[in-house]
Design a protein around this ligand. Sequence first.
Ligand code: AMP
Ligand code: ZN
Ligand code: FE
Ligand code: FE
Length: 311
Amino acid sequence: MSCRLVCFSGRAAGLTLGRVHIDLHTHSTASDGTDRPADLVAAAAAAGLDVVALTDHDSSAGWAEASEAATRHHISLVPGLEISTMLAGASVHLLGYLLDPAYEPLQAELELILRARDTRLADVVERLQHCGVDICEADVRRHAGGALAVGRPHVADALVASGVVASRDEAFNTWLDRGRPGYVSRYATATPRMVELVTAAGGASVVAHPWGRGSREVIDAESVETLAAAGLVGLEVHHHDHTGSDSRMLETIASEHDLVMTGSSDYHGTGKVNHELGSHVTPTEEYERLLDRARVNALASRREVATVAGG
Ligand code: AMP
Ligand code: ZN
Ligand code: FE
Ligand code: FE
């Protein structure tokens, strides 16, 4: 990363501009997005964003390329990850920002998750083949293009390429979602444990799309209280998966625990419709609170954390 301390640039902190556009959740080809990290950063700048976070699934592999591009495009890049966790049997995605990716206990968990993603692939392909779908593992790996976090979207891309379905969305609805013939579960870390790991790695954790599919049944006032006690910093209240009333209720839950309230697009390039860059954004004050909380955790951890680049 280009600087050791979390940078508060005039642009990012909203000191000189009226409205600052901040999008804290996006995916690149380092996981299941379709833009390379540098292209994503260029697209974010072109879309008028002042701050963008790169939060690939379970991997920080895109950070270096994105940070370098952020400097060129005069935009602030917040390094993050969207980590696969599990709470009461349901999948919960946890965003981890501004942490030290070299923190060994975190690295060990991410390796377990990535390995489970990798081994799941053969089972998914076998189930699909069993249903008469003409697909092979090599096809999927070609679509993953070397991403460490091989996921169902890459299987979906292989199904689209072979003409089985017309889109990623149709692939999930017909074959890959929970309850569909190609669904196979995989290992994910317990959510409170991952909140602790992100904190110990000097970063800040935020529950992604708390009331999106999967986590809606398990994220409530009680579980948020448990996660806040474990060190959770925020809830992503504004997201495509939430209705207006969901967001208002989540704001109430967040306020009760003094949690930061973020908003993000969850951009995946052409891989997900209605998730354009900046389609949901984080208010400047909430971004500043997130940076403050991350800075406190960074100091307490005494670790060399990744910092905001560019600006
Ligand atoms: P996986 O990480 O392999 O469990 O796959 C889950 C990922 O697939 C999510 O994080 C989303 O990015 C993506 N996804 C889920 N549903 C859809 C959908 N209907 N269309 C496109 N992408 C989806
Ligand atoms: Zn994704
Ligand atoms: Fe997610
Ligand atoms: Fe996401």
